[in-house]
Design a binder for this molecule. Structure first.
Ligand SMILES: NC(=O)C1=CN([C@@H]2O[C@H](COP(=O)(O)OP(=O)(O)OC[C@H]3O[C@@H](n4cnc5c(N)ncnc54)[C@H](O)[C@@H]3O)[C@@H](O)[C@H]2O)[C@@H](O)CC1
Ligand SMILES: [K+]
Length: 481
């Protein structure tokens, strides 16, 4: 598991090193790592020797890391210059070392082959201030290496303020910050350099692809179609059969268990996937181990009745799309949800999340813009369910606050119908008896990989995504030991 930490937890862990912090040993190690990553970036961009690097240095220790790095870079033949954004508060010892190593002070980033963002790190609050904002606005397409995290991004909430730095690479120290997950797309490639800080309990964890592969349910020698879990998909309508087809197609590809379908699009679903056991009425559906309810199934009275019956069933339930809207509109259904004892996973996008949180009178509604992680934690607790908030970074949080997350690494999945594919995959995993937080995160990982597989660099539709679930899973399973 990859752990992500709060700034407070990191500062406590740094303090626990005692003299390593107070004697500047940690900063010396950090500086070494900065120089290493800068040199590696230069090496793939035209060479290290003779290159010009401009450090943009702020008031705190983040600037100190970069100034001390100059000595290592000079040794490798790099011309190092620095712009001080707060000259009266710069790390004095680091500046003296920088000068002694042959660094020179300048006023702009002009002429840089690479810029180092050492404006703020863990101590950063709010958007870039002047003069840092104007200095960085003049960057053009010069590559940027961020020290610790890109300045202007909040370390704990990952809020990307305007203006802020967009980095091509980020070098951080021993412990990943929450922003590295929550604002992953602003950080570029992240290098975690071990500088000898003990690892505390993380705030959020993210499984690696190898861990997702290891947990993926595959048929064993004694399995049959029932033992692997039957998922039932309640989705789509006569007018809009697409969601039903996408969700069932994804569920079929994700695991070998049986997929049932309940709804008016049964003929279309069977025409696309003949292996689906499809009926139009819930009463005729037969047993399942998990329900997926909501994609494209409408928001009328029938929808509320169906959701009520499904919530009363003694199996895992995934509530998505229209069923989330129905849940927002019906107090009694939210009461049923809170009272449930079986696993329940809600999979809203930001709009559905806001509507549901507002209807539930949850403080989560007010937190969504300022602190996504806190917002999901609050809604999960208020609804007594696991909540998966979709986005470039997916967060999946249990009612007790346990939080997992995963960065999609690309945005190709941002297309209509993409969520239907996600709910199909996650539903199949729930039916295989995987707990909601784990199932949701595993599904988000496979979904992201399927999007990358389908895309190959070009826009895709959700049926391309659904078709790529099987090949993406095949590739993922190669990581299994
Ligand atoms: N504490 C430690 O043991 C270590 C700390 N390290 C570095 O130290 C950093 C933390 O240092 P500090 O606590 O000094 O904090 P920072 O270096 O992040 O900067 C805080 C300073 O920046 C100013 N500031 C805050 N927001 C700003 C904004 N938006 N625009 C302009 N200025 C702003 C503040 O007024 C404050 O003076 C880490 O991110 C890391 O880079 C490393 O040396 C590793 C060891
Ligand atoms: K920085």
């Amino acid at each position: 598991m990859i752990g992500f930490h709060t700034a407070d937890a990191i500062r406590d862990a740094e303090r626990a090193t005692g003299h390593l912090l107070t004697d500047g040993v940690l900063m010396a190690r950090a500086a070494h790592a900065v120089a290493h990553v800068v040199a590696a970036e230069l090496a793939v961009r035209g060479g290290v020797y003779g290159a010009t690097v401009v450090l943009v240095v702020g008031a705190g220790d983040n600037g100190g890391d970069a100034l001390y790095a100059a000595r290592h870079l000079r040794r490798r033949g790099v011309r190092v210059r620095a712009v001080l954004t707060a000259p009266d508060r710069v790390h004095a010892a680091a500046l003296a070392d920088f000068r002694a190593a042959g660094g020179t002070l300048v006023d702009t980033v002009d002429g840089a082959d690479l810029v180092v963002d050492a404006i703020v790190g863990l101590g950063g609050r709010g958007p870039l201030r002047e003069p840092a904002a104007s200095i960085m606005a003049a960057l053009g397409d010069t590559p940027v290496v961020a020290v610790d995290l890109p300045s202007g991004i909040d370390p704990d909430t990952g809020i990307v303020h305007d203006p802020s730095v967009h980095a091509d690479a980020t070098v951080t120290f021993s412990l990943r910050r929450l922003a590295h997950l929550l604002a992953a797309s602003s950080c570029g490639a992240i290098t975690v350099a071990d500088i000898g800080i003990p690892v505390p309990t993380p705030a959020v964890e993210s499984p690696t692809d190898a861990e997702v592969a290891a947990r993926w349910p595959l048929p064993g020698p004694r399995d049959d179609k029932y033992t692997q879990g039957v998922v039932g998909v309640i989705a789509g309508s006569t007018a809009y059969p697409g969601a039903a087809i996408l969700a069932t197609t994804a569920a079929i590809a994700a695991t070998s268990g049986m997929t049932r379908y309940v709804g008016p699009a049964a003929p279309q679903v069977v025409a696309h996937r003949p292996e689906t056991v499809a009926v139009t009425d819930l009463a005729a559906a037969g047993r399942v181990q998990a329900w997926v309810i909501g994609p494209g199934y409408g928001t009328g009275r029938d929808s509320a009745d169906l959701l009520r019956q499904v919530l009363a069933d003694d199996v895992a339930v995934l509530i998505d799309a229209d069923a989330l809207t129905v849940l927002a509109a019906n107090d009694d259904l939210r009461a049923d949800l809170r009272a449930r004892e079986r696993p329940t996973l809600l999979t809203p996008h930001a709009g559905e999340f806001a509507r549901l949180a507002t209807a539930a009178g949850s403080a989560a509604a007010g937190l969504l813009e300022t602190d996504r992680l806190a917002a999901v934690r609050v809604l999960a607790a208020d609804l007594n369910a696991t909540v998966l908030l979709k986005g470039r970074t997916t967060l999946v949080v249990d009612a007790d606050g346990t939080a997992w997350g995963t960065d999609a690494e690309s945005s190709w999945a941002a297309t209509a119908g993409s969520g239907d594919v996600l709910s199909g995959i996650a539903g199949a995993l729930l039916a295989a008896d995987i707990e909601p937080r784990v199932a949701g995160t595993m599904a988000a990982r496979l979904h992201a990989r399927a999007a990358a597989t389908a895309s190959g660099g070009a826009p895709i539709g959700a049926s391309d995504l659904a078709a790529a679930v099987a090949p993406a899973l095949r590739a993922l399973l190669h990581l299994r030991q």
